[in-house]
Every structure is written in C-alpha cells, then in structure tokens.
Design a protein around this ligand. Structure first.
Ligand code: FEO
Length: 293
C-alpha cells in the first residue's frame, strides 16, 4: 500500500498552495501506512496520526473551496458535496470504527484503504478538473429524497436478513479498497430494453460471519459454498430492497455473477454509477452501487 501512496507529479493541478496540501496529505498517509505496518508503534501513534490527517484534510477542503469560489468554478456545488460527504460522513464513521474497535488492525486498514483510494481518485479527477486538466466525473448525484429512501430500505433489509445494524460511511463510494472482499453483480433487464445493474461488495469478514451463522457452522475461508451463498444473499437483498421501495416488478434478472476487484475498478473508471453507498455493518464493510441504463 505504501507504494501507491507515493506522490506523483501527475497529481499536480497547477495551483501551488493546493498541490502542496495534496502532497502533504499523501505524506501523512504514507507515514500512517508505515506506522500501521510496524507492530511496535502501537495504537497511540496511529491514533495521533489519524487525528492529524483528519484535521489537515478538513482544513484543506476549506482552503480549496475558497479557491474554487475565487475563480467562479462551475463545478463548485458538486465538488463541495464530495468534500462534505468525506467531512461529515466518511471521516467520522471511520473514526468511530477505530475508536469502537480500539484501533484494531482491520479498522486501521479500513481507514487507510478508504482514505488513500479516495485521495487518489479525488485528486486525479475532481481536483484536476478545477483547473480544467480533465473533466470532472461527478456531474450530479442523487443526494436527497431518493438516496435517503434507498439508505433506509437497505438499513431495514440488512437488519432483517443479517440481523446487523448498518451505518453509512459514504454516499459517493468509488471502489476504494476497504480490505479483502467479494463482489457480486446482478443484471436486470426490462421488456423495453432498459438495464439495471446492482453491485454488492461484501468484506470477507462480513460474509464469513453471515454465512457461518446461516449454516450453523464456523467457516474460515471463502470457498465455493460461501461464494454461492453470496450470490443467493445478493438476490435476497435486491428483492427485499425492491419491496421496501415499492418498485414495480418490470425487471427480469438476467445474470448473477461474482466479479474481480479489477473488473469492478474498470466499471468505476469507465461508467457512471447512479448510487454509490458504503456501509459499516460492525463486522465488515458493505458497498452497494447501482447503474441505471
Ligand atoms: Fe483537494 Fe477536493 O480536495
């Protein structure tokens, strides 16, 4: 992970104060990765480093927003929403995960994986778009009534199926690596030729616990049995969410299959997602994304 956290001049947006802040954020993450890899450093050093990262990132968002306003950047509103999601949802949720687990290795990996993935994608695309080096990816989002209804439907569904309380971590999940996981895709089509794709990304610890409790046995590894259970669970979640949202059943399931992390990343880099939610279930992270065509 430390190698991916290297600063790269491709990240430059061409505004010195912002580039310096980005470089500093990468250097804080890099130090945190080294700290987390050294068992002698203990939780105190990680805790201090994480607090520092959070306060520096939030200060940077404020400075960058002031810059965007000063140049009359057209994408300001959407860009601020991405910052706000990180400020008010993702960072507090990751911090809560760290505190509640007493800085467990898993929670530190969640924090580092998500922050590093977010920083890299956000700087490369959204921040570089500020100075016109690239086109921004998030033109709009579905924040608001629809998003809240979907979050509520998923919260109820996961509680009913898994008996787990879920908490939102992000409404703009972009495939950040939160740990080993299994990804499943369901493709539906309607009679008039429209497609809906649902993506389920379950952290392995979550899947193993859920399937173990369903089968009444202690499963430790991802084998064929667990993978088949994931495909089944994905379909159950989709059906329940549709019931909660009172969706008409005009869509037919066309395929249900597991995909690799690279294939999932490819989707993020080439296609637009309409909903991108990331949750903490308390026993592992779970991402749920929707593409409407
Ligand atoms: Fe440099 Fe939009 O954060």
């Amino acid at each position: 992970m430390a190698k991916i956290a290297e600063w790269n001049k491709q990240f430059r947006i061409g505004v010195d104060s912002i580039d310096d802040a980005h470089q500093k954020l990468f250097s804080i993450v890099r130090k945190l990765i080294h700290l987390s890899e050294d068992e002698n450093n203990g939780q105190w050093a990680c805790a201090e480093g994480i607090k520092y990262f959070k306060s520096y990132a939030i200060e940077h968002f404020t400075d960058e927003e002031a810059y965007m306003q000063s140049i009359g950047y057209k994408g300001y509103e959407m860009h601020k929403r991405l910052h706000d999601d990180m400020r008010y949802k993702t960072l507090p949720a990751l911090e809560k995960d760290l505190l509640e687990s007493n800085y467990s290795q898993e929670s530190i990996q969640h924090f580092l994986g998500i922050c590093l993935g977010w920083l890299t994608a956000h700087i490369m695309i959204e921040d570089r778009a500020i100075t016109g080096k690239i086109s921004n990816k998030w033109k709009k989002d579905n924040a608001g009534k629809n998003m809240s209804a979907l979050e509520d439907a998923l919260t109820d569904t996961l509680e009913e199926i898994f008996r787990l309380q879920i908490e939102i971590v992000s409404e703009h999940y972009s495939g950040e690596n939160f740990g080993n996981s299994i990804i499943n895709r369901l493709t539906y089509h309607s009679k008039d030729g429209k497609y809906v794709q649902l993506f389920f990304d379950f952290e392995e610890s979550l899947v193993l616990q859920v399937v173990s409790s369903m089968l009444g046995m202690h499963l430790k590894k991802m084998d064929k049995l667990v993978i088949n259970a994931v495909r089944e669970l994905s379909q159950q979640i989709a059906d329940q969410v549709a019931i909660h949202l009172h969706l008409p059943s005009q869509y037919q399931l066309e395929s249900n299959h597991v995909m690799t992390a690279d294939q999932f990343q490819q989707e993020f880099s080439t296609k637009y997602f309409d909903y991108n939610l990331l949750f903490n279930t308390g026993t592992g992270y779970f991402a749920f994304c929707i593409q409407l065509e």
